[in-house]
Design a protein around this ligand. Structure first.
Ligand SMILES: Cc1ncc(COP(=O)(O)O)c(C=O)c1O
Length: 395
């Protein structure tokens, strides 16, 4: 008996979730596993946010919310864009969904015809390609290596655009590389896009608040205001406020695009959980001090990992500019004998050192593996010690 429709053929379950499930299984057996697979902050959601959810539930905010988001949360999102990014959106230019992931899904569902191409830079979040394939689109990865700091640059972008290109999808700071773009780099991409008026631009800015070395964040829409009528900015509370389980993300863009996304959302889920929206409203409007506490912790961990990798022969890592991952080069170890590919190396790390990580090939960059730095410094230090010992044991 076949259950799955043909369109599921090209779709894979999330690799990091699969690896984390295996790590949990090993831990349940009593093995001392360190799970560096999943990308979620290890902090608790700040208490005032949880309290706002309590209050919302207790005061009867328990009915179907407006499909595109509650008025309170949309107002909070408008204020956030104005204050943080200098961007002004009307309420009908904003959608609230179950996580940034659903914003992305809604947008592609609403706009892609079968065979339409979506260009994005690899390495990238593994859901992008899967969502696009599920919806009949064609995922067009442009591999961007360490030579450009894993950034997309104008020439390969220009070369990748065809008459079938519908979207360019950008993500900075990037999962998994941490790559960021400065204003000039964004403007250079914008100049290419200006020549291709049919191409929409999705800028996934979910890691906006996790940036290092004193860098300032610029939203793509702020860097390229001339393209405003084609940009969908995607963001959410998952990463910045340690709220991955609450499932609230938001998007801002042209009203007709947002309206089409709300239509999609109305048939998928009727909107995002009312109580979680109240929590997200408190996150965006309440005290922001936790953001800096989380950010500073992620920067210390990033530094710890960069330093540890520098002492391990065969591994390499340029300091990521943001997010909470390290995409570590391991190509010199993939010699076809010891390991046939990065997946084999990751399996070795799991079986020999009980460190769960994700192969770079999942993100479109073989010869690397990703660890999440969203774990405490003590555990991370132990994890890097184990990885170092395991790699040294190979020589
Ligand atoms: C680049 C990127 N975009 C979006 C998401 C999904 O975020 P959310 O939890 O808001 O759905 C993730 C989660 O890992 C991510 O890494």
């Amino acid at each position: 008996m076949t259950y799955a429709a043909a369109r599921l053929g090209a779709v894979k379950a999330s690799a990091s979730a699969t690896i984390s499930a295996e790590a949990k299984r090993m831990a349940a057996e009593g093995q001392d596993v360190i799970d560096l697979g999943l990308g979620e902050p290890d902090f608790d959601t700040p208490a005032h946010i949880v309290e706002a959810a309590h209050l919302a539930a207790a005061s009867g905010d328990t009915r179907y919310p407006p499909t595109g988001g509650t008025a309170a949360l949309k107002a909070a999102v408008q204020a956030k864009f104005k204050a943080d990014n200098g961007l002004t959106f009307a309420a009908n230019e904003i959608i609230v969904s179950n996580g940034a992931k659903q914003v992305i899904f809604n947008a592609f569902m609403a706009t892609l015809e079968v065979g339409d191409e979506v260009i994005f830079a690899a390495p990238c979040f593994d859901s992008y390609g899967n969502i696009i394939s599920l919806l009949g689109g064609s995922a067009k990865r442009v591999v961007c290596g360490p030579d450009t700091g894993f950034r997309l640059t104008p020439e390969p972008l220009e070369a990748a655009i065809t008459p079938k290109t519908r979207w360019l999808l950008l993500n900075a700071p990037s999962n998994p590389s941490g790559a960021m773009y400065d204003k000039a780099q964004m403007k250079a991409l914008g100049a290419v896009l200006a020549r291709h008026p049919r191409v929409l631009i999705m800028s996934d800015e979910i890691y906006e608040k996790i940036i290092f070395d004193g860098a300032a964040f610029t939203a793509f829409a702020a860097a390229c205001p001339d393209l405003m009528d084609r940009i969908l900015t995607v963001n959410g509370v998952s990463k910045a406020y340690a709220m991955t389980g609450w499932r609230i993300g938001y998007g801002a863009g042209p009203a007709p695009l947002i309206a089409a996304m709300v239509t999609v959302q109305s048939q998928i889920c009727s909107g995002a959980c009312s109580v979680a929206q109240a929590a997200a409203t408190a996150a965006l409007t309440g005290p922001q001090d936790n953001i800096e506490v989380f950010r500073a912790a992620f920067e210390r961990r990033r530094n710890l990992v960069v330093k540890a990798v520098a002492d391990i022969p065969g591994l390499s890592l340029d300091a990521p500019g943001g997010a909470f991952y390290a995409l570590i080069g391991c190509a010199p170890l993939i010699d076809g004998e010891r390991f046939k590919d990065d997946a084999a190396f990751v399996e070795y790390l799991l079986s020999e050192t009980r460190i769960a990580s994700v192969p770079g090939s999942v993100y479109g960059t073989p010869g690397f593996f990703r660890i999440s730095t969203a774990t405490d410094e003590y555990t991370l230090t132990e994890a890097m010690r184990r990885i170092g010992d395991a790699v040294r044991a190979l020589t």
